[in-house]
Design a protein. Structure first.
Length: 149
């Protein structure tokens, strides 16, 4: 094998016709773009969701559902997983500021405690919401619970 005998694999190289280069190109004066109109001009870009005069999909399909503007979504933590979480990150207290500093929640997340599982030690909690069973379990162990409004 020598340099002069090398060639690319068959089918890997496509020779494109240079459009808009006169009659000799074989594509004629309009370069396969038709006569007049925006689609013939340089710089034409088709609009992303344009359906060519057909009624657009966002107008064909009926609106569904309802978004409640008063809905509050919480980042939920179960009591059964808190022992492992507090020991793993050695959290001084369980509050949104501390959880955010360790990257466990985002800045605007609200924290809620649920009573799934059991808590083994007493901890200090500062959360936005808490279930009644979780509150009872924290207080029976001697921990403190402060609700942030």
């Amino acid at each position: 094998m020598k340099l002069h005998s090398l060639s690319p694999a068959s089918g890997s190289v496509h020779k494109e016709k240079r459009l808009g280069r006169g009659e000799a190109s074989g594509k004629g004066g309009t370069s396969t773009k038709g006569n007049k109109g925006s689609q013939q001009r340089a710089g034409y870009q088709r609009k992303n969701a344009h359906e060519g005069g057909q009624m657009p999909i966002q107008r064909r399909i009926p609106k569904r559902g309802f978004k409640n503007i008063n809905h509050v979504s919480y980042k939920v933590f179960n009591l059964g997983t808190l022992d492992v979480l507090i020991e793993k990150y050695s959290l001084p207290e369980f509050s949104p500021e501390v959880l955010y500093s360790y990257g466990l929640i985002s800045k605007t997340d609200q924290v809620k405690l649920l009573a799934f599982g059991t808590l083994n030690k007493a901890y200090n909690f500062k959360v936005h919401a808490c279930s009644l069973k979780a509150k009872e379990q924290i207080e029976t162990l001697g921990g403190t619970l402060v609700l942030i409004s």
